[in-house]
Every structure is written in C-alpha cells, then in structure tokens.
Design a binder for this molecule. Structure first.
Ligand SMILES: [Zn+2]
Length: 209
C-alpha cells in the first residue's frame, strides 16, 4: 500500500505572506513569467527599498498598470504653474486637448499619459531648441542700447506732437519733393523741418491714369 503523502510542511501562512512582500529578483521574474534580466530592466515595476519586489507591485505590472509616481511638492507646484501658463487659450482647444488626453488615459492608463506627454515634448523639441539658441544670442542691454531706445521713443513723441500741431511738411515718398502750398518743389526739406510721408501728384498712386 502506497504511503499516504505527508502534508506539505513549509512556511506558515504568515511566513508565506511575508515572503511574498519581499520577493527576490528570480522569484519575482517567475511571477511575471519573464527572466530576471527583463524584470530588472523594467522601470515600471516598483521595487522595495531593499531591491526586492512586493507581489502587489508585480500584479499591478502584470495588469499593465503603472502606479503613479509620488511627486514632490516642488514638482507638483511646477505642474500647476505649467498648466496655468500653457492653458489653451480658446475654449475649443482646451476641451479638445483635455478630452483627448483623458481618452488616451482611459485606453492605456498612466503609461499612456506618459507616452502622450513624451510625444508632446518631442513635438515641442524643435521650438525649445530654437528658443534656447535664441537666448544665447541675446546680450545684456548696454548703456548705449538704453540711450538709443530712449532717444527713439523721444523722437517718436516729438514727431507725433509735430504732426498733431500741423508743423510737418509733406514730402513725396518717391521723389523727395516737398509741398509748399500749391506747388511741390524740389526737396529735400530744410534740415530744421519735420516731414511726413506723402505723395506728390506725379507719384500719387491713387491718381487717375
Ligand atoms: Zn514725387
């Protein structure tokens, strides 16, 4: 008569549970039916601090779910500010982008969102490269630059004031003649005169031909 098999005397249930929470790489790979190297290279599988694997993390990985990373407050704040500044300005764009990203999330989970963000970053890369380059071309304003800006601003102001008080002389854009009452005389205007752009009868683009 065959001997009755003795019941398996291994670990107790609490001990087994404990082991499942700290699986070594090879055992964890066995759970996922892959080899240890493949598991080690998977960045989406969460690990314990000591490098072992919790069985729940393996189940989540097997289900294709990526647990969301816990961001720092600084990182969360960055995301809020980025969302504020990039907020699509039109109602239509916001709804389209929001609904589209939510649909991707629904289909693919968090890993889908990560892929979507990665794709958007790639699309922005060209512009980002350009602006980074542009910034290297910019030099700080010198005293001379500032003086020039002020002078340009003052000049614009003087011109506006002169035009508004009818102090300017009409000057033909094409031939430099200036209007002196009923005549257009050979220009240019006197050095102390301000002019505004006009057209003599010979260069009046609206004249009848
Ligand atoms: Zn003219």
């Amino acid at each position: 008569m065959p001997k009755k098999p003795t019941p398996h005397k291994g670990l107790t249930a609490p001990q087994q549970t404990n082991e499942l929470q700290r699986l070594k790489q090879q055992a964890a790979a066995y759970v996922l039916d892959c080899n240890g190297r493949t598991l080690r290279d998977r960045s989406d599988v969460e690990r314990n601090d000591d490098g072992t694997y919790h069985v729940h993390a393996l189940i989540a990985a097997a289900a294709g779910k990526t647990r969301l990373a816990k961001l720092t407050d600084d990182e969360i704040e960055f995301c809020h500010r980025a969302a504020d500044v990039l907020d699509p300005s039109t109602e239509g764009a916001l709804l389209t982008v929001y609904d589209g990203l939510r649909a991707i999330e629904q289909t693919h989970g968090p890993a889908g969102l990560a892929a979507a963000l990665d794709t958007m970053l790639e699309a922005w890369r060209h512009d980002a490269d350009y602006w980074r380059w542009e910034a290297t071309q910019r030099r700080p304003l010198t005293e001379a630059d500032i003086r020039e800006r002020i002078e340009r601003e003052q000049e614009r102001d003087h011109q506006y004031t002169a035009e508004a008080s009818l102090q300017c002389v009409a000057s033909c854009d094409s031939c430099d003649r200036v209007r002196r009452g009923g005549k257009w005389v050979k220009g240019p205007a006197q050095p102390n005169e301000r002019t505004y752009v006009s057209h003599c009868p010979n260069h009046n683009e609206y004249r009848d031909t």
